[in-house]
Design a protein around this ligand. Structure first.
Ligand code: DX5
Ligand code: ZN
Length: 216
């Protein structure tokens, strides 16, 4: 069964606790937290104090997606704030710093993950595959919720699953961007095990049914 990680980027920011309890009630598996710095992506969202405030609100894993420049500067603070999974982007720093950041995340007791923007080829992930517990494939340009799903990312997902089966079979694949009741099937067929959904989850008439569709 696949997992769903509803993205609180589409939640009501004045009622995050209520919306996270709603994710629990509807059977969501994780809570996806999008962190943006206005540099790596052209948007600013939430940061360390919010992750810290949300930690005691839920027992669900916090799936924190850092869309920030040189994340090595902040990984320790995000782990200490309560992230269970911490994703950094391969495009956000040098290979050396990205490796160091992933190792630091693991040393601190959190699960390390790397993400690839749509224009970044699967090959760019290769130096990091053995250091990660998850690879996040963006199926939209990072920065905003509610964008159109890029089906042309599916070959990249499939390619990474094949490579991971050789070098790190335990490592899971997550997709993020434009996932809805239709596009989720394509993602799962191509190897996605965790699916992030922001607008489709929060706009669903029947959120519990939507969760079941994504998990099926
Ligand atoms: C985009 C974020 C996503 C976003 C997805 O940069 O990483 O997690 O919340 O939103 P939807 O599901 O609406 O595409
Ligand atoms: Zn995200």
């Amino acid at each position: 069964m696949a997992k769903i990680s509803p993205s609180i980027l589409s939640a009501d920011f004045a009622n995050l606790e209520r919306d996270i309890h709603d994710i629990e009630k509807n059977g969501g598996d994780w809570v996806h937290v999008d962190v943006m710095d206005g540099l790596f992506v052209p948007n600013i969202s939430i940061g360390i104090p919010v992750v810290k405030a949300l930690r005691p609100v839920t027992a669900l894993p916090l799936d924190v997606h850092l869309m920030i420049d040189r994340p090595i500067r902040y990984v320790e603070q995000f782990v200490k704030a309560g992230a269970d999974w911490l994703t950094i982007h391969v495009e956000s720093d040098t290979e050396e710093n990205t490796l160091a950041a992933l190792r630091k995340i693991r040393e601190l007791g959190c699960k390390p993950s790397i993400s690839l923007k749509p224009g970044t080829p699967a090959k760019a992930a290769e130096p990091f595959l053995k250091e990660c517990d998850m690879i996040l494939i963006m199926t939209v340009e990072p920065g905003f919720g509610g964008q159109k799903f890029m089906a042309d990312m599916m070959p990249k997902l499939k390619e990474l699953r094949t490579v991971l089966d050789h070098v790190n079979p335990q490592c899971i694949l997550e997709v993020d961007g434009g996932v809805d009741g239709n596009t989720c099937a394509l993602c799962k067929e191509n190897g996605a095990e965790v699916l992030v959904a922001g607008s489709a989850y929060f706009k669903a008439q029947d959120r519990a049914a939507f969760v079941k569709t994504v998990q099926a």
